[in-house]
Design a protein around this ligand. Structure first.
Ligand SMILES: Nc1ncnc2c1ncn2[C@@H]1O[C@H](COP(=O)(O)OP(=O)(O)OP(=O)(O)O)[C@@H](O)[C@H]1O
Ligand SMILES: [Mg+2]
Length: 149
């Protein structure tokens, strides 16, 4: 799918926000600066609106590895694993220990090898035009429906 602008990325993220539930997991892949955090920001802001929470700033967890957002019915855990070096470091984070009430959005998820039953991977790619991106979607479980988008 081609996304022509930030506005279109925002509309796309709303579709995901309408469909997502607690326990879901989103992997975001693609080169540095391609738009993973921007997509996450739109998505979190849509979810905050939908849940009647105040929209907040959504910053990149580049150095903190994780930022959490507490909404009324669930929380959102936004990870950026770019700085992780190995599986041991990944394990200390215990990402999948808390499954019940958390939506997980993970940038740079390549160290995660365990299968996840309900997951969508969104891969972003640069194209010629500066504000355009190509998106590839790979869903498992209920997210398979998005593969047709
Ligand atoms: N259509 C678009 N989709 C996504 N980002 C866009 C688009 N057009 C322009 N941009 C700009 O590209 C930049 C994307 O930066 P962002 O921090 O979201 O990337 P990232 O993939 O999270 O980077 P990193 O790998 O460092 O975490 C932003 O400045 C954003 O405004
Ligand atoms: Mg980022």
């Amino acid at each position: 799918m081609i996304i022509k602008s930030l506005e279109q990325l925002n509309s796309f993220s709303k579709k995901i926000a309408d469909y997502i539930e607690k326990k879901d997991c989103i992997f975001l892949t693609g080169e540095i600066g391609v738009g993973k955090t921007t997509l996450t920001r739109y998505l979190i802001n849509h979810l905050q609106k939908k849940e009647g929470s105040k929209t907040t700033e959504v910053l990149s967890p580049t150095f903190n590895l994780l930022y959490e957002y507490d909404l009324k019915k669930f929380k959102i855990m936004h990870y950026d694993l770019y700085r992780l070096k190995n599986k041991k470091e990944l394990d200390t984070l215990g990402i999948f220990q808390e499954n019940e009430n958390a939506i997980k959005i993970i940038e740079w998820p390549s160290l995660i090898k365990i299968p996840i039953s309900e997951k969508i991977e969104i891969h972003l790619e640069y194209v010629k035009n500066k504000n355009e991106r190509k998106l590839k979607l790979l869903g498992t479980g209920k997210w398979k429906i998005l593969n047709e988008l």
